[in-house]
Design a protein around this ligand. Sequence first.
Ligand code: ATP
Ligand code: MG
Length: 563
Amino acid sequence: MSEDKSAGNIKETKNFIEVFIDEDLNEGTYNRVHTRFPPEPNGYLHIGHAKSICLNFGLAEKYGGKCNLRFDDTNPVKEDVEYVESIQEDVRWLGFDWEDRLYYASDYFGKLYDFALKLIREGKAYVDDQSIDDISEQRGTPSKPGVESPCRIRKVEENLELFEKMKNGEFEEGSHVLRAKIDMSSPNMHMRDPVLYRIKHAEHHRTGNQWCIYPMYDFAHGQSDFFEGVTHSICTLEFENHRPLYDWFLDQLAEDDYRPRQIEFARLNLSYTVMSKRKLLQLVQEGLVNGWDDPRMPTISGLRRRGYTPESIRNFADTIGVTKYDGIIDVGLLEFSLREELNKKAPRVMGVLRPLKIVLTNYPEEQEEWMETINNPEDESMGNREIPFSREVYIDQDDFMEDPPKKFFRLAPGKEVRLKSAYIIKCEEIIRDNEGNLTELHCTYDPETKSGGPQSNRKVKGTLHWVSAKHALSAEIRLYDRLFKTEIPDEVPEGEDFRSNLNPDSLEVVLGYVEPGLKTANPGDKFQFQRLGYFCLDTDSRPDKLLINRTVPLRDSWARQHK
Ligand code: ATP
Ligand code: MG
């Protein structure tokens, strides 16, 4: 829901789903709101799922209703408890609670089986023993009606017997299916005698070897909503023409008028991102990323490890809203949402990515001072801290140029800059090794310009971040960038696939230095490295081996760099 503040007073604009729900409540179709989030546990959740989670749980919150978490676990071959667990962790982390309503489609295998028997007995389902190829051949095309299977006229008794044998494991995979008897000439392909059950001699992560027939997603999904008393069954647009089939099933099954109302919305597509679970799995399996929670992945666990917060993701979901039309959202908007939050909340710290040593030749050898500096200029309540200063400091290599262009206001031979919260320094001499490579700079500092001192306001053009060499902690800093180098990674020349568009520079690892206070930081803590961007401590970071991930740079520099 977005707020229109332009008129001076806050006016709530409802999205089309909320308008439908309001109608349903006003007309008395339902007197409650009950939604669900129904993932298939065949991969980790991604930012697209986050949109659906925020929508379903968000609607339940808004209308004082309920939202279930239900695993649509109808395909044992692709599903796994690892995914079941990660999905629960991710939904909770986003800030939502299904309370005691954790369900599995596999809970309904018994009921679905009984329903299949009922359809057979009523002459509305039959066992087909043709090959899969023949069956799909006979389905026809949207403009060409299908052909009826020769098995369609099989007698009820024989169907019951064959289905029983399917269930008892007497047939091979692919040899028989159970199909609904609906209409082979329907303009809606989903109504052309869809498959209800197939044989899979596979162990299910919950039901073990109890079953060797498994219901198709379409035969399980709508009924699961019905069994759970869902009122608003919200799904993505591609399910729009499955709706008549779900209705048909419920018309055969339900004895009263209650039906879940299916409402479709456009799935989230993000630029520079692939979202299909199949492709994400491929990236993981082929080692193109370091697992599902690699900070470059669009998975919720990847975003979390990258330094995203639940609030930033929920705000993003709110901002993009829901529509009926497919489009691509700029990934910059997701990054913006995070920057906006971290700008307010993340403490500022000093960190140097590519160190260049500076020796202050007129600073006493053994002296050290503690400089007071503000934790967050956006929020004074976050207070101040002290950082150590000494004769040798590191600055970033980028902040020095031997032969600078006119507008370069950082350090250069003979020039002055301010070291933030410390002193103004002047570059006196470049020191080189035998091969002529720059190794350090010799500078002088101006004691009068100490931060807070009499001449601390003396004007110089540049201010640099720095760390004291003897106090700094070394850190492995991972400079993550977009995983794909093109806006729509799926657009590739003939014969290639999305992997051709992987960005070879999506990860650069540097050994940098950070101020000593980070010793007590915990994995997941987030900071703004002054002038550089937002960073967070990686899950695997330890006090004696700091691992730091770059979350996002301070500004969206992608467009500038890559044009
Ligand atoms: P696949 O990658 O095979 O298309 P899926 O993304 O549909 O699978 P599910 O586990 O079935 O995976 O998704 C669970 C729920 O999340 C569904 O209700 C689906 O509508 C929703 N969802 C999935 N992807 C997106 C997306 N990109 N945007 C919004 N909702 C999504
Ligand atoms: Mg799906």
